[in-house]
Design a binder for this molecule. Sequence first.
Ligand SMILES: *[C@@H]1O[C@H](CO)[C@@H](O)[C@H](O)[C@H]1NC(C)=O
Ligand SMILES: *[C@@H]1O[C@H](CO)[C@@H](O)[C@H](O)[C@H]1NC(C)=O
Length: 461
Amino acid sequence: MHMTSSLLFASLLLLLLPSIDMKRSGKGRGLKGARHKLTGSRVRSNGRHSRSGAHRLLSGNCSESAESGDVFVDCQERGLTSVPNAQTWSRAPKHLLLASNRIKVLREGTFFGYERLTTLDLQQNQISSIEDGAFQGLENLKTLLLQHNRLETLNEEALIPMPNLRYLRLHHNPWNCLCSMDGLIITLQVPSNRNLGNHARCAAPVRLKDRKLKQIDPELLCKASTGFPQDDTPGPLVPVPFRSKPDITTSCHTYHFPQIRIDCSKRGLTEVPTGIAEDVVRIDLSNNLIRHLKAKDFQAARSLRFLNLSHNNIEHIDTGSLSGLLHLHELDLSHNSLHFIKYGVLEDLYFLSELKLGENPWVCDYSIHYMVYWLRLHPRVRQSGLICRSPPEHTGERVEAYVKSYYIVCPKDRQSSRADREQTDPALWPSPMEAQGELEEEELEPSHLRVPQKYTIFRLS
Ligand SMILES: *[C@@H]1O[C@H](CO)[C@@H](O)[C@H](O)[C@H]1NC(C)=O
Ligand SMILES: *[C@@H]1O[C@H](CO)[C@@H](O)[C@H](O)[C@H]1NC(C)=O
């Protein structure tokens, strides 16, 4: 038994050897490919035929996909220690996502064959060194994300091969602001480079600690480094000092796949961060400490389709806080502290189809009616979790049922034949415009002065 199994093992090994050889030879393909590229010949068709399982393994099991003609390669969180060869992919990627891996060095020629790339996401790796020729060939690159790495220095020469670079993120790297950084810092400070290197700060030397690369006088870098020897020892990386309003680029993680998505969950945020870009499709703000949505919080987020605000402490949503979200598709407001939704808050959400409202202490009194009118006007919106928490006589009841019963229950002393017909015929319920009239009248008085009888008068008008 033992003999046969070791024989089997040996023959398996023999069978495997040629394939190992093939993998080895596969390694040379990249350079060859790059050479082909340099001489202007097409290698893509070549690459497609030579695609193999071996390459898939080398590429760390990344996924390739296309969305509106753009080819995405998603290699996020794959434990990669190097950038996969450009020939690995069946089509030339436009977006290469390598966030959250274990890449340490970017060597010269790493991106040969990636000429079509416009987005390169290398955030949250362990990059401590970038050779001057690392980005060679990335002529079309527009966005380069290098935040959350271990860079202490970077030569501006490294940026020269990327004439189209518009966004460069360098924050959360332990920049050592010495004389060797002056070229980079001067480049970042050119006025037309306004989206390059924002938020990046020096970690050392001590006298420049926490100063923004964008704002340092480059003269200072080369001046005093002789006078103060202790200046040259890099200090520990300190967190960015607290700012009154958090910024999305420093507080959250941006993914570019499959759409632009920002993960701000569990960041201890007490407010909606600023700086949400126009092209963001999805934002997760769940599990924070946000209490109040303010007007214009999502003003710039014109492409937003998914917004998750669940598990916060939201009590107030100002009118206008969701304005501008014309394409919002899904809104999760569950697990908050909402009593009602103010009149007008939902008016811009033309394309909403999913609304999660569960686990909020909805109060079933007149303030909640707007929510129900709005839902009635937007029958395609799937809603869940709209359940009365109080007052006690309605606890556990669906809010729609409460609103319906509000119109059906008719105390004997308010009877009139017309009113009876109205109350039982939903078609005769107040139109949203009438409801608006009612609510606006309501708002003229503080809530404690409102008396239930008043509603009857408006209803009959
Ligand atoms: C590779 O991807 C396949 C299919 O998506 C998956 O089943 C497998 O677990 C992945 N392997 C690794 C090592 O991630
Ligand atoms: C919003 O986030 C919570 C917490 O992470 C999650 O449970 C929920 O499913 C998310 N909502 C949607 C609509 O994806």
